[in-house]
Design a protein around this ligand. Structure first.
Ligand code: ZN
Ligand code: ZN
Length: 321
């Protein structure tokens, strides 16, 4: 069994034996926001509420979910001042998916299980789309032999992370107050409820397709599931939909590796790096070579021709081609 730095198990059934159980908090939180979005939000639509929705969705998904939670807290793919880490991760909590430690555990469990030869359908989005929607948005997986988690002290012992972990649904609702004072009920409904539904629902939808169909450049030998790049969602997911690249180089701060793979999260990170705020960006060429990582043969010819001028990881691709 391949273990990671945070997860350990030597039980052969730990990645796939378990049952999916209804999770009341997760389910009621999502369904309440969904009902408000479907049946109340249309009556409160206005141009200003749409602008508030777009602005807050962009900021929380890009700085919060992608840069704060995923590329920093989970993968440590760059370094920044602690205040910036806390601001970014807090914005990630406002997305309305989970607290920082919950997000880290969900992500790492999936990441680890997907790399093994066998993995529960819940962890690899292996069911029909409707069943997967019910599972991911309303249920949790209870593993029979769960692996042990060792989360680094700087995260697990941080008072700030402990506080926002235990209060995350309240934190996610907090923007409702200033929004109400500034723009009334329509800003609350579009700036919180609709945004949570689009962000959490969109995250699931991208996750579903990213493990079922779409383009692939890289193949991980021996893994229970491959990641796919979802071109349609590349930009609006802030780069997170380049998931085939992420399976190949999980520690990379850059997710869109080719020029035709827009990665807004990376653009922001690169700008912050040029300003000197962010340091030590991790790129694919900095990561240790993986024996199980190969370039997909049918993509190789078309890709290789464009590699030298287009791809930031030209040398890496050459090494594997
Ligand atoms: Zn994945
Ligand atoms: Zn990841």
């Amino acid at each position: 069994m391949k273990n990671t730095t945070r997860i350990f198990s030597n039980h052969p059934e730990s990645t796939w034996k378990g049952e999916v159980v209804w999770s009341p908090l997760k389910s009621l939180w999502f369904l309440a926001n969904l009902l408000i979005t479907l049946f109340i939000a249309p009556f409160y639509f206005s141009l200003s509420s749409l602008m508030v929705f777009l602005l807050l969705t962009g900021v929380t998904l890009c700085l919060g979910h992608s840069l704060g939670m995923h590329r920093l807290l989970i993968h440590r793919s760059y370094e920044c001042p602690l205040w910036m880490e806390y601001v970014f991760v807090y914005l990630g909590v406002l997305v309305g998916m989970a607290g920082p430690i919950g997000m880290l555990k969900q992500h790492d469990l999936r990441d680890w299980a997907q790399r093994q030869t066998q993995c529960h359908a819940y962890l690899l989005h292996g069911s029909s789309i409707l069943k997967d929607a019910w599972w991911q948005l309303n249920c949790d997986l209870r593993l029979t032999y769960p692996p042990t988690f060792t989360i680094e002290p700087r995260v697990i012992h941080s008072r700030f992370y402990q506080f926002i972990e235990s209060t995350w649904p309240l934190q996610a609702l907090l923007p409702a107050l200033p929004l109400y004072l500034l723009g009334g009920l329509s800003w609350v409904i579009w700036g919180v409820c609709v945004r949570v539904v689009i962000s959490v629902g969109g995250h699931w939808l991208v996750g579903y397709f990213a493990h079922n169909q779409g383009e692939r450049t890289w193949f991980i030998e021996g893994a229970a599931v491959q990641g796919h790049n979802i071109r349609l969602a590349g930009f609006i997911s802030m780069g997170e939909a380049w998931h085939n690249n992420h399976h190949a180089f999980p520690g990379s701060a850059m997710l869109g590796l080719h020029k035709n793979e827009p990665d807004p999260g990376w653009w922001v990170l690169n700008a912050l790096h040029n300003l000197g705020v962010v340091k030590n960006l991790v790129l694919p060429e900095h990561l240790p070579a993986r024996e199980e990582l190969v370039v997909e043969a049918n993509n190789l010819n078309s890709r290789v021709k464009r590699v030298p001028e287009e791809c930031e990881i030209a040398n890496f691709i050459k090494r594997y081609s």
